[in-house]
Ligand binder design. Sequence first.
Ligand code: MN
Length: 323
Amino acid sequence: MHQNASLYKEIFKRLSESERTLVIAHQNPDGDAVGSMLALAHFLDQTTGNNHIFCLTDPMDSFNFLPGIERISTDERIFDQHEFDTIVILDSGDLKYCGVDIHIGKLSYNPIIVNIDHHPTNTHFGHINLVETNAASTTDILYRIFENNRFNISKDIATCLLTGIMTDTGSFSNLATTPQSIQNASELLINGARKQEIIDNALTFQSIGVLKLWGRAFSRLVKSEFTNIAMTVITQKDFEECGVENDSAEGIANFLNNLHGAKAVLVLKEQKGGIIKGSLRTTRDKVDVSGFARLFGGGGHKKAAGFSIKGRIKETSSGWRIV
Ligand SMILES: [Mn+2]
């Protein structure tokens, strides 16, 4: 029996009995965040029915193929419009990463917070915490909950769950990939997950604008001989000139993950409002990039981490600078 089997039972029971459930994942949702939110909402449809999905920012268009995507609301009034008995937070190390810390703190009712995540930096902020740092994705954990409770998953749920596994493992290529995640993926395929839809939509490029943006990032790659870290930058001007949204840069760090001749890669992305987001990746066994991210107030996994700092990125005669 799995060490968390009793938690799988407790969470399954809680969710099956919850009459009004709010499902939330982190802002700028990736495939794991979107896949886990939608899989859980489809599950709740089959149990007590009444459920809502909230995410602070809209998912990228590349996830539009997922069944139920239109149900994800970015309307922050949702916290006051309903009295939820359960709030499930997915794929988020803390409430701030979700962007809902203030909303949850201000609630006039007392929901049970269920925290399901795989980030090692998770702060166990929920009333019920299921944090499995060895899981490749949050969708892997949801699959284990369903499987342990003998819940028959639909093709739609299987597709949502497989999206999370395939995107968080970089199509089974990065170090987060485990035998368990491959086994889960295999079982999801047997259950009718539509793999080709995931590949065609979530794992391939969408537009010329995105490719132009990525091209700019690749052309600026430099490696520090001192730190052996490769680095590149994307500015707000790049997003504007390529005619793409800020989330178009999300996959660049993952793509550069396997860069030869550097021990890690750092992508700095200038955001709106004078914020710079840093994404760190490594495939080297002995390198822990989450420590690097923590130096700048961020966090994440050993092999994939990130941080946010105040500032702008400017090009100077001696290269790119943060000002
Ligand atoms: Mn994840």
